[in-house]
Ligand binder design. Structure first.
Ligand SMILES: CCC/C=C/C=C/C(=O)SCCNC(=O)CCNC(=O)[C@H](O)C(C)(C)COP(=O)(O)OP(=O)(O)OC[C@H]1O[C@@H](n2cnc3c(N)ncnc32)[C@H](O)[C@@H]1OP(=O)(O)O
Length: 306
């Protein structure tokens, strides 16, 4: 064995021990407290963000819109978080827009007479809500949506900004905005056709607001897997999340960034983006350690926090 490989192996083992010692149990507790979200850490590096207004069917009020954006912005830079599971508490995932809160909030622009000024206020709200949804995508950590029972309106927009989706067999999805007399404006029209790969089916769902059941969600590619019930879903999704959390965070975050970027750019632009990323990241210890582990058949490799 060459001295270079020996040096690499010792560096790899050192980093592996250092990474393990970096996993501080003190950090694995609920962090920032949110009013409408519950954050827990079920396994090292795996966070569970739960929509937590069960008595209001997890409907989106102003606070929830704001806190989702705030939460994913924080998780984006949290080195203890490598993967996020997004679920809902109570009887269903979410009933979508809280129409009672929406009626109250409309007073802010309802009293303004001039159409241009009203429009400006509405624009501010719409773009803030869009940013809240997009925060899942802008967060470099993979987000796994776990849906049980109903996922309506804003909820369907929310899960289309996640990386992967899973559901229970009693789950159903609805793009309901058309019934409210509005064109959906927080991401589902943009993201759904690309996820399910059928523009025709996406338009049918958005124009008719018909419910899509779990079997159709699976066959159309909206979800990756259907589970018997919420308990088995949470267990199964946690296993997938743990698997991802054990991988190099540089590799996982780079992969997410490349896939989000490539969805919206040409193949050539995507190739350039990943070449620029990897010209830096292939110099990281994760790459050296990963290759050495493979070459020396080490199976328990761990990676330092990022
Ligand atoms: C710029 C903003 C862009 C965002 C736009 C987003 C748009 C959308 O999200 S459109 C979708 C809006 N949501 C709905 O239309 C869902 C309406 N609710 C239902 O269909 C049913 O409630 C549901 C199937 C979710 C559950 O049915 P279930 O029989 O189990 O419960 P209910 O007896 O119907 O409801 C229990 C109480 O919850 C209240 N409630 C239900 N949904 C909402 C909601 N979205 N917002 C506020 N409150 C909701 C319902 O009124 C009942 O209250 P109470 O009568 O006081 O017991």
């Amino acid at each position: 064995m060459s001295s270079l490989v020996i040096r690499q192996i010792s560096s790899s083992l050192f980093n592996s021990i250092r990474s393990r010692s970096n996993i501080s149990l003190a950090n694995m507790s609920t962090k920032t407290k949110f009013e409408t979200l519950s954050i827990t850490v079920p396994k090292p590096f795996v966070y569970n963000v739960e929509l937590n207004r069960p008595d209001k069917l997890n409907a989106f009020n102003g606070t929830m819109w704001h806190e989702i954006g705030q939460c994913f912005k924080e998780l984006h830079t949290d080195p203890d978080c490598r993967v996020v599971i997004l679920s809902g508490s109570g009887k269903l995932f979410t009933a979508g827009l809280d129409f009672k809160a929406a009626i109250e909030n409309s007073q802010e622009w309802g009293d303004v007479e001039d159409v241009g000024r009203k429009a400006k206020i509405l624009y501010k709200h719409i773009t803030a809500y869009q940013n809240s949804m997009s925060s899942l995508e802008l967060c470099h950590k993979p987000v796994l949506a776990a849906v049980h029972s109903a996922c309506i309106g804003a909820g369907t927009s929310l899960i289309t900004a996640a990386d992967m989706r899973y559901c229970t067999k009693d789950a159903w999805f609805q793009v309901k905005e058309i019934i409210l007399g509005m064109a959906a404006d927080v991401g589902v029209l943009q993201r759904l056709p690309k996820i399910i790969g059928s523009d025709s089916l996406a338009r049918e769902l958005c124009y008719t607001a018909r419910k899509m059941d779990a079997a159709e969600a699976l066959s159309s590619g909206l979800v990756s897997k259907v589970y018997e019930d919420k308990e088995s879903m949470m267990k199964g999704v946690l296993e997938i999340a743990e698997d991802i959390a054990a991988k190099s965070p540089i590799a996982i975050q780079g992969t997410k960034r490349a896939m989000v970027y490539s969805r919206d750019h040409s193949v050539q632009e995507g190739l350039e983006q990943i070449a620029l990323y990897n010209q830096l990241m292939l110099q990281s210890e994760d790459f050296t350690n990963g290759v050495v582990a493979l070459a020396t058949k080490q199976s328990d490799i761990t990676f330092a926090k990022l």
